[in-house]
Design a protein around this ligand. Structure first.
Ligand SMILES: O=CC(=O)O
Length: 333
């Protein structure tokens, strides 16, 4: 059990409840950018913990537990600021922004939100795929520009049913995508670190081969040193002129300039992208392209998922403050 010095003020009082000094202190590092979600989260956290902001004058010894989101890089410089940190809970699934080895070395337990987001993200991936293939957003733009009357019907989209889909990363998100695409009678192949004996999909261990044997490539892997730019020029060329790419994982899994070039030059047919290499900035060429659907890294966001996320975060901190291991740990490979 951890013991903390008493303190009186929460630096981030957001709910009606005034934090009391006997609630354990929790350091909050901008867990989310959406202000409405942030407010409801802070209010849920405020009922259980004394919230502390990084600029709080409170003694560093209250910095044992920290909640943080994907836009805070957790590197040695940040960890140096909180030497008493022992528990870090990340409000998302991806942990590419966290130096896990360094956390382990310093005795910091790291938790994420487990598989909470997987089904949401999978729904979104299928939504993007249908959108790109059937040209839904493009048709919407066409309508809004008043072109139906002057130019007649919009170009035909393609059928999703029966297409060959290559999934890069068959973790819980990739598996949920595959399951959904089975309903469309898609032929599913996948790449992951190892073949999964429990699935009947075809395992193709080489990304270029996977792309060559797919009409659609869906990127749903975690971003690691091994998957950085795993989709490069050769892979895009193997996917070919009729190929579609969907990315709901991390932007840097694709060589973005190369993707833009291939899209612009018709070397692949289209893309649905929810993540980008330098968020929130995106290449301006993407905006000018007709054959892409772009969304601002929002596949995880539904009010239902957000309510679940904060409960998982709270349960992790409660375990930590009770002297137990976190409940949804992330472990370094
Ligand atoms: O991108 C979202 C997440 O990592 O959960």
């Amino acid at each position: 059990m951890y013991a903390f010095p008493s303190h009186t003020a929460a630096s981030i009082p957001t709910s009606d409840e005034t934090p009391t000094s006997d609630l354990p202190p929790l350091l909050v590092l901008r867990p989310l950018s959406s202000s409405s979600i942030r407010l409801s989260w802070l209010s849920a956290l405020n009922a259980k913990f004394t919230l502390v902001s990084p600029s709080s004058p409170l003694s560093a010894s209250v910095h044992a537990a920290l909640i943080s989101g994907a836009y805070n890089r957790v590197d040695p410089a940040l960890l140096d600021q909180y030497p008493s940190l022992r528990c870090l809970v990340n409000t998302g699934a991806g942990v590419n922004h966290i130096n896990l080895e360094e956390c382990k070395r310093r005795g910091v337990q790291v938790a994420n939100v487990g598989e909470t987001h997987s089904k949401n993200v999978a729904d979104y991936a299928v939504g993007l795929l249908l959108d790109v293939m059937r040209r839904i957003t493009m048709s919407d733009r066409y309508m809004r520009n008043g072109l139906w009357v002057t130019r007649g019907n919009y170009q035909l989209g393609s059928k999703l049913g029966g297409k060959r889909v290559g999934i890069v990363g068959l973790g819980s998100i990739g598996s949920a995508i595959a399951k959904r695409l089975e309903a469309f009678e898609c032929k599913i192949s996948y790449l992951s670190r190892k073949a999964k004996p429990t699935v009947s999909y075809r395992y193709i261990p080489n990304i270029c081969d996977l792309a060559a044997e797919s009409d659609i490539l869906v990127v749903s892997c975690a971003l690691t040193k091994e998957t950085h730019h795993i989709v490069n020029k050769q892979v895009l060329q193997a996917l070919g002129k009729e190929g579609i790419i969907i990315n709901i994982g991390r932007g840097a899994s694709i060589d973005e300039p190369e993707l833009v070039r291939c899209l612009a030059q018709g070397e692949i047919k289209g893309a649905g992208l929810d993540v980008f290499e330098h968020e929130p900035n995106i290449p301006k060429e993407l905006i000018e392209l007709e054959n892409v659907v772009l969304t601002p890294h929002q596949s995880v966001f539904t009010p239902e998922a957000m309510a679940e996320v904060i409960q998982i975060c709270i349960a992790n901190f409660e375990a930590f403050f009770a002297g137990k291991p976190v409940i949804t740990p992330v472990v370094a490979d």
